[in-house]
Design a protein around this ligand. Sequence first.
Ligand code: ZN
Length: 388
Amino acid sequence: MYISCSEERKIYEIPYQGQAAVAGYWDPKLGLCAQSTLLKWKEGKVTSFQPLSNLESIPQETQSWGSYFIIPGWIDAHVHLALDSLDFFQCLKNWEKPSLIEENIQGFLQRYLERGIVAIRDGGDIPGFAWRAKNRVNEGVWSGPRVVSVHEAVNREGMYGRFLGRGFRDILEWREKERDFIGQGIDQLKVVVTGIISFDDFQKVGPTQWAVEDLAELVEAAHRRGILVMAHASGIEGISVAIAAGVDSIEHGYYITSGQLKLMKEKEIAWVSTVAPIGNLLKYPTDRYSFHEIETLKRILEGQLAKIHEAYNLNVRLGVGTDAGAYQVPHAESLFDEMDWMVQAGIPKQAVCRMATQENARILGNSELGRLDIGTPVNLLQLVTHFP
Ligand SMILES: [Zn+2]
């Protein structure tokens, strides 16, 4: 088995049973312990972690990780493994060459592990590349983080999301095909509720695809089976529909309002605010966008950061998701951009770390993730030298 060492961008091979001396640990609930600690594990899972001073001597065969802190691995709550963050249209053409895409994906998965990212949630692609990648990782054929995959998204025919899902004519067609759709295997249900935002027109968003009753029916179909629902939604109208229909998380949520944040707090709906696909275009400038588009992007970014700060103060469930695969949002690296954007929004660093572990684990629906505890698989932890 292995453990990620994000500082060295390496993955260390470790035995299934062992012990290691570390400089300390951090956990979202326990906080920071900056005291030499002896970590023990058996069958790949943590059996104890105790400060070293309480022990008589360091037992033999102890791994020396004395310069590292051990903390839960990071989680990215929104990625698209089938996209390469370089050229969207070329990438969609490349989907016709599955072996090329699979090779790319294996590289991305490796990068996630090297950067201490032990789990990702994939927002879908119509050919099912991410779903198959998840299965490869689970079978042990590929190495990579845990992948939670929506397989394919539910969108309306002829509207935004053609690369994400097959497109349903209406709720009647969904009813007809619901069993088959869910039966093809999904970890979460992703619904495309609105189109995307415009870089040309401030506040312009592609049309809302579902009425509240129809979306509520989709949500109910998932919840009946114990499946969480992630909703791609931006703009006042679409976000209101998603909240009213009772989705579990709002993805992107550009132009969200204060009133909507308060409702989300009440209903415990999480917000995955994906700043990187906007912010990174400004952080890493290219000549791709006009002056007018750049000015619009700046306004959108400013508004998004202000609302994230407000959400934090209101105690809304905030996740960290990048939309990796989108232009200028590279797999793995962009999680650190996204965490920086959260800090830019005014959230304390430790709280951002809690979001990228504990809250993201809840959003992924996996209680093994995002914590350091007795029973935690060691390969869901990571070694770091700097801790905020
Ligand atoms: Zn997405």
